[in-house]
Ligand binder design. Structure first.
Ligand code: NIG
Ligand code: FE
Length: 411
């Protein structure tokens, strides 16, 4: 099966295969080919070039992209899309004056989602999650990381991860899974957090690993959730099973989460709404990718990750949706790209790099995703007719996507 895209007004993010992530000033560049063609063969990018030398021959399908921009699909490196029901009531409670933390302290928040999820059967959970996945695929997401963390028992955590694995099999989108047993301390362990951590280390991690359910491990390292010491312990245990950390840090407080992440060679440290100079120094001496989640800041009304300052300090940056029922009930990467520009002062080039090349790195997919490179997966966004790529974040409330190709398939 081969598909030829012709008359592409701008082909974005054309890179050499050696480019795996972009730091500091390099994030300002977005290599672009004007008036281009691109050939897909058997689900991968076979070749591309200038329209003055269009390939000849017969093709199963030709798509005329006149006036349209083509770019690699978004990689969403941080989501919790496998969840049950919603938390619309907490949203209204916050409008009426309660804070996110106050709601959590009253047994709402993550524990509310855990109760709902524990009562939901695996097939029902799959159907609810598949609907969300289908929506975000149409919005241009071609690879997605999915966390557990609303189970909080061995059975329910495994149920979540099995659902994520089923989604991976059923859809052309690439899925990476992350075990987040340490998302909150369950009600049952309220005054026995140590026992819950023991359960994670001694029972959940071995079971998750034995079934091959997770690529990564995550911990919510935050006051009121898991301390730096707890995080250290869980990451040490996970290391024995080959699970690389991708952790929640610095959402409300800078308590040392970045440091413990760097110590354990975390692939990413995510959230970072609060960042200290020490955190920046730690990251400068690491291969760990900082990940900002601006839709969460928007929804909760908390500070935005200082993305501009991180890039100006020479760091790389990725952006993701954090799609979840409590702090970011959207999986729209187009909105995240726009919010990164509007609220974090990233240029369109930086935001697109953060959502493609760097986002692929943030989920261990640099070899196959994130850029227009020969041999990478044909995961592409074809925009509507728009003046230039800066129009994508500029027209933040509009859907600029005409069509999406995932794994070579036109959705
Ligand atoms: O990334 N901060 C921790 N976890 C999620 C939110 C969880 C929830 O409120 O359900 C997040 O924002
Ligand atoms: Fe999250």
């Amino acid at each position: 099966m081969n598909v030829l895209l012709t008359n592409i007004k701008q082909l974005l993010q054309v890179r050499d295969s050696r480019v795996t992530n972009l730091k500091g000033a390099a994030m300002k560049e977005l290599p672009t080919l004007e008036n281009a063609w691109l050939l897909i063969e058997n689900g991968v990018i076979h070749n591309y070039g200038d329209m003055v030398a269009t390939p000849t021959g017969s093709f199963d399908k030709t798509i005329d992209c006149s006036g349209k921009i083509v770019l690699p699909s978004w990689c969403d490196s941080h989501t919790h899309i496998v969840f049950a029901g919603n938390r619309e009531q907490e949203f209204v409670d916050r409008i009426n004056g309660l804070s996110y933390q106050e709601i959590a302290e009253k047994g709402g928040g993550i524990l509310n989602s855990a109760r709902k999820l524990q009562e939901t059967g695996e097939d029902d959970l799959y159907m609810q999650s598949a609907k969300r996945l289908e929506e975000v695929m149409k919005l241009g997401t071609g690879a997605i990381e999915i966390k557990s963390g609303y189970g909080l028992t061995k059975e329910a955590e495994m149920k979540m991860l099995r659902v994520a694995k089923r989604l991976d099999k059923a859809y052309p989108v690439t899925v990476k899974t992350t075990f987040l047993g340490a998302h909150a301390v369950p009600e049952k362990f309220k005054d026995k957090k140590e026992d819950y951590i023991q359960l994670i280390c001694d029972e959940m991690l071995p079971a998750v690993s034995a079934e091959g359910l997770a690529d990564y491990v995550d911990v919510f390292c935050e006051d009121g959730y898991f301390s730096v010491e707890d995080t250290d312990k869980i990451l040490t245990a996970a290391n024995k099973y080959g699970l690389v950390p991708k952790i929640h840090v610095n959402q409300f407080n800078s308590i040392g989460g970045v440091s413990v992440g760097v110590k354990h060679k975390a692939l990413t440290v995510d959230h970072l709404e609060i960042v200290s100079d020490d955190d920046i120094r730690e990251l400068q001496h690491s291969e760990t990718m900082p990940v900002a989640l601006p839709a969460c800041s928007f929804f909760l009304g908390i500070p935005y990750t200082p993305g501009r300052a991180l890039i100006d300090a020479g760091l790389p940056l990725a952006i993701a949706t954090d799609y979840n029922p409590g702090s970011s009930p959207t999986g729209n990467m187009n909105f995240v790209v726009a919010a990164a520009c509007i609220k974090m002062n990233l240029t369109p080039e930086e935001a697109i790099n953060a959502a493609t090349v760097n986002a692929a790195y943030a989920m261990g997919l640099s070899k196959t995703h994130g850029s227009i490179t020969k041999g990478k997966k044909a995961n592409l966004i074809i925009t509507k007719e728009i003046p230039s790529y800066g129009f994508l974040p500029y027209s933040f409330g509009s859907n600029c996507i005409d069509s999406v190709i995932c794994n070579g398939e036109l959705l």
